[in-house]
Write a protein that binds this ligand. Sequence first.
Ligand code: SAH
Length: 266
Amino acid sequence: MNIVTAHTKGKVYITGAGPGDINLLTLRAKAVVELADVILYDNLINPAILDWAKPGAEKIFVGKLPYCSVITQETIHLWLLDHARTGKQVVRLKGGDPLLFGRGGEEAVFLRENQIDFEIVPGVTSSLAAGSYAGIPLTHRDDAQMLLFVTGHTKRSNKTGLDFDWPMLAAFSGTIVFYMGVRNLDQIAARLIDAGRSADSLIAVVENASLPQQKTVTGTLRNIAAKVLAEEIGTPALIIVGEVVKYHQQINWFSAIQEQLKQQIA
Ligand code: SAH
């Protein structure tokens, strides 16, 4: 008698791991981590998530540390392909949301071109966590009717500077969030001022949003770079430009419990 074994089809789950706090993953993200045979994960994910993996699951770090690439995107594509082709359930775990400044779109295109099944699991993007945990509502009925997500670092920005439509950004009446921009903060503030925005416009920088070590610095376009330097803000951090920054003082709730959280993990 022939024994027919069910052939399991490999699949890739391009999954958002949220901003940092392990409680901010979706239920779907947790479920796919639990079923994974292989997890390829980035540097911005909370390592405690990997403890949810089943025994024997392979965990592979493929992170690109800021400003230096270790493993190329092409290599990641090939690894996803190789694992899926051997029938494995592969989780591609990325910080925040996988399709926001996360190259998840490129991975999905590659998988489609190679006839590999995939699913995309959204995640809480870091800017939403920064807004919530720093008490900065990214939209507000009185102060911001629009929201713009911008990358503060592009392929060419190291050589040529950020070649955005600065007059458009300077005139934008909603909130602007820059991802990956903290090292270009001087340039961003200066370009906005040059393009016509008042040097007194409010701006905030939020580092490690949602984690016990979260830091928030607020200021104006004129003084923010000096303040961020003085506070030793590093990565990962987001820049929030807009009137809504004024609410931070009033509705920031997280700093009151941060000390307690830090002691719990110490
Ligand atoms: N896909 C991710 C963004 C990846 S780009 C998302 O949806 O959030 C990496 C940038 O995200 C960092 O340079 C930083 O600007 C931002 N970032 C990610 N996690 C962060 C956090 N916990 N606090 C502040 N910024 C964060």
